[in-house]
Write a protein that binds this ligand. Sequence first.
Ligand code: TYD
Ligand code: MG
Length: 461
Amino acid sequence: MAKDKTIYTCNACGGSTPRWLGKCPNCGAWNSLIESVPEAASGGKNRLSAPQGYAGLANAQPVTPLSAIEAQDVARTPSGIEELDRVLGGGVVEGGVVLIGGDPGIGKSTLLLQAMDALQRAGLPTLYVTGEESGAQVALRSRRLGIDGSQVNLLAEIQLEKILATVEATQPAVVVIDSIQTTYSDQLTSAPGSVAQVRECAAHLTRMAKGTGVTVILVGHVTKEGALAGPRVLEHMVDTVLYFEGDTHSPHRLVRAIKNRFGAVNEIGVFAMTEKGLKGVSNPSAIFLSQHTEPVPGSCVMVTLEGTRPLLVEIQALVDSAGPAPRRLSVGLDKDRLAMLLAVLNRHAGVACADQDVFVNAVGGVRINEPAADLAVMLSITSSLRGKPLPKGFFAFGEVGLAGEVRPAPRGQDRLKEAAKLGFTVAVVPKANAPKKAIAGLTIHAVERVDEAMQVVRGLD
Ligand code: TYD
Ligand code: MG
């Protein structure tokens, strides 16, 4: 069978060529041509100068004032896995497309198999399309999960057209594609996993979801840099983007909503990987603390607020004398922000690290994106530099500005209360976060500037 002709479209200017070229002949951009299927030309050559005008098309879709459109709440089906429903905003949505990304081996297939089984039990017909593993491998996993009696339909297939045909024939309510990178369409000649294939397949599956009301869940791989492999356009196409986080060596996993058209973002679900799959952790606030029997230098606990729940996370720093090119390394925290904090420390608190290697780590593989971590990062760095531990039961949070000021973190009271509940006793927090009424068992030092925070800590030695 002759393949349909494909064209190569430039990412930068939108121009197209019939062959792949290193340089776009239209705009001169390098490496920007991506294979795609040409749109079927309709309506003759000069579509824009249609002599009869567009009158014939105007009635195709009537315009409606917004007020006349009934706002319907989307129908959701909870998956029964509470932590997953929390990030999804209550459950899977009819016709919704969810992209779930994460490192290999972190538990994407495990979680989705558990979720599909729960949905199937709730009465939704489900289809699990596996392109990475054979049916037997999935069956083996289901036995491990204790759901080997499951009625989830399985399809081991990677060709998009066959998957679409199966969906049409079996009419499931929820389809999992594991993974989008293994799926390919025979309309394109590029290899599976290439940008062109990933984009094309995701677009077809999205169109299918919107057209039929089937919920589609796509599994996506993450590159070494932590971005979803394939084009960013994937994130724009889908309704919900979830990321798996966590260290594969530790049992805890976070599922974070990065984008959600049907719910709140930055809500997280917390799981523990056990012998029998992923189990939700409903009270996660203390799982990211490492258990030191005695306080050690270079460690400072912070309270981060993820979605609706505060989490206590230990920040560790190691400052060590360096060679001519000192290194700055951070795991789970923004590297540029670390450089900025070191500059602020030097300038506004007189703590110089210019000739030192600085390593910073958020314990347990969490990623902390909020600036409220700043103060804890700084205090762990100075603690390591001085070789003096922070006192037992100590924690801190607050954003630090370039002028050396300490800015408040949102919902400070909730953070303080959670820490107090877990037995923490001393805190350095931004002045604006200091509670009006004392919290039992908690000594609070409110600070406005970085040097003030350093002084308070020295006074606690
Ligand atoms: P998996 O879901 O295959 O990861 P992904 O699809 O994201 O690549 O997870 C595989 C890991 O999870 C593997 O290292 C084994 C572990 N695991 C358990 O610890 N317990 C279990 O019950 C299962 C099914 C997997
Ligand atoms: Mg997998």
